[in-house]
Design a protein around this ligand. Structure first.
Ligand code: RIB
Ligand code: CA
Length: 327
């Protein structure tokens, strides 16, 4: 091998991973923190764009929130408005599902639709990137499913898909059976898990339940006040999980774990490879993750399901990136 080829290989090995972030940020939630973590890790990830999907909040609200966070971080990354509702699931259906732990955007009526550009932008980006793109999907999978429906050939251009969603061996957090992102749009999650995307990595509740956000961690972040930690203080102190209202409250790191994986994958201490599918029959198990021993559809790829974490390691990374003083 000549020196030029060797050098090109070394540069490629060290260059940041080119990613698209598909997200549903509320006013300042785990999605926003995942954005902060990625923006503040330029040696690991280069963000080509951000797309908003309906989930925690309706998509126009999420897009505005992502823009606000990026502006605070001094970034002019493009933010595209994506799917404004799931493929099939509706607010009216969710109201027939009995008591839910969390209904996200379905708690309020959907605002009027606006022009969506996210799916078009994702397709264009996947087409033009010669080495493909990594997708960090931390909301319901509607946008990703719509890309795959329109252009199944582009599955091959997804270098890896890192998902926050699903619950393989543990109960749900939206309904008893289902995790919120999969529950909000089960049909989309099913399309994605049945696709031929070469590498799927899942941060579901199995691993997220192990990384508990305590008041002590919260206090250690808000001790250092910056424009970002002020937003964090208001949101996590007064909103969910509400550390100011209840000192014993706890939350979890969800989207932050998926983002952390792109920055320091060594915090994952146990995983397994399984085929997965999603329950799409409307009823109490709507949106549940189904582990399988065989592919759910011809050509479906298996998923690396993350199961356990070095909690101190990932919490230290979370705290360090959140409390950084420069953007
Ligand atoms: O279940 C956790 C997921 O739903 C996260 O993506 C979070 O943002 C929430 O709403
Ligand atoms: Ca999210």
């Amino acid at each position: 091998m000549n020196a030029a080829v060797l050098l090109a290989g070394l540069v490629a090995a060290q260059s940041p991973e080119r990613i698209l972030i598909d997200t549903d940020p509320g006013d300042f939630t785990d999605d926003n923190i995942a954005l902060v973590m990625c923006v503040r890790s330029p040696e690991r990830v280069s963000i080509l764009g951000v797309t908003a999907v309906a989930g925690n909040v309706w998509a126009p609200h999420g897009a505005a929130s992502a823009r606000r966070t990026l502006r605070l971080l001094g970034q002019n990354t493009p933010v595209h408005l994506g799917a404004q509702q799931p493929l099939v699931h509706t607010r009216e259906m969710s109201q027939r599902e009995g008591p839910l732990d969390f209904a996200g955007a379905f708690a309020t009526p959907k605002p009027g639709s606006r022009r969506e550009t996210a799916v078009e932008f994702m397709i264009r980006t996947l087409e033009r990137e010669p080495e493909g793109v990594t997708l960090l999907a931390i909301g319901p999978l509607t946008n990703v499913a719509r890309v795959l429906q329109q252009r199944p050939d582009l599955a091959a251009k997804v270098r890896r898909l890192v998902i926050m969603g699903g619950n393989v061996y543990v109960p749900g957090n939206a309904s008893k059976a289902a995790e919120f992102n999969f529950w909000f749009d089960p049909e989309a999650a099913r399309i994605v898990l049945r696709s031929g995307i070469p590498k799927n990595i899942l941060f579901g509740l199995d691993i997220c339940n192990k990384v508990v956000l305590t008041r002590e961690i919260f206090e250690s972040v808000v001790r250092r006040l910056t424009p970002i930690t002020r937003l964090y203080r208001d949101s996590f102190g007064n909103g969910f999980p509400g550390f100011y209202k209840n000192p014993n409250a706890t939350g979890f790191l969800w989207d932050e774990l998926a983002a952390a994986y792109l920055i320091d994958p060594a915090f994952v201490t146990r995983s397994e490879t399984r085929y997965l599918d999603v329950e799409t029959t409307f009823g109490p198990r709507y949106g549940a993750t189904l582990p399988l021993n065989a592919p759910p559809a011809p050509g479906a790829t298996a998923v690396e399901v993350m199961l356990d974490a070095d909690v101190d390691r990932v919490v230290n990374l979370y705290r360090k990136l959140l409390t950084q003083t420069q953007s």
